[in-house]
Write a protein of this length. Sequence first.
Length: 218
Amino acid sequence: MADQTIAIDATPRPEASSTFVQIAVLAGLAATGTLATNILLPSLPQMAASLNVTSAAVTSAITIFLAVFALGQLVVGPISDRYGRRWPVLIGFVVFFAGSVWCGLATDLPGLLTGRVIQAAGACATSVLSRAIARDMFSGAALARAMALIMIAMAAAPGFSPLLGGALDHYFGWRSEFALVAAFAGLGRSPMAACSARPIMRRGPRSIRWRSRKTILA
């Protein structure tokens, strides 16, 4: 019985799979929506002048993004539960990238709003699933550490993104902000694809039974 206990204790636990790269990717996922929203705030007057609309009208780009972002989460959650996390997140990256490019090339307010709808549809998939993926990949102390870093990223993004947006607008113009978030999505897709290609623990009946056996034998 002692030998069996030693063998079971030597089995790798889910916490060992907690890596810096995986958690950094998940933190980036969580910050995507906030980054795309707040990075535009310093540039609203310049955007209004460039698109020949009022400042009040161009703020609708923020409103429509938040509306689609909120409603999209109600759809993405059930889809990811039914079909898994991998493809909704990767498709979300592609949609977010396409929406960002569309916004950057917009020449009028309707075009900008269309791009923001597309951008928000992709951002909701990446942001809402970051915590779900963390719960699938980690457990115990590793899960607590991952969730803490994800929450830090979500809290920090509203603070530094307007500063970043203001600097980009000053030196390169407001369209460079959409170029940055598009590049962010393009760079984030590759490590996310690599991380999501690894086996993900499922919190189903089998894992529960395995944990109960391990506890009893220990």
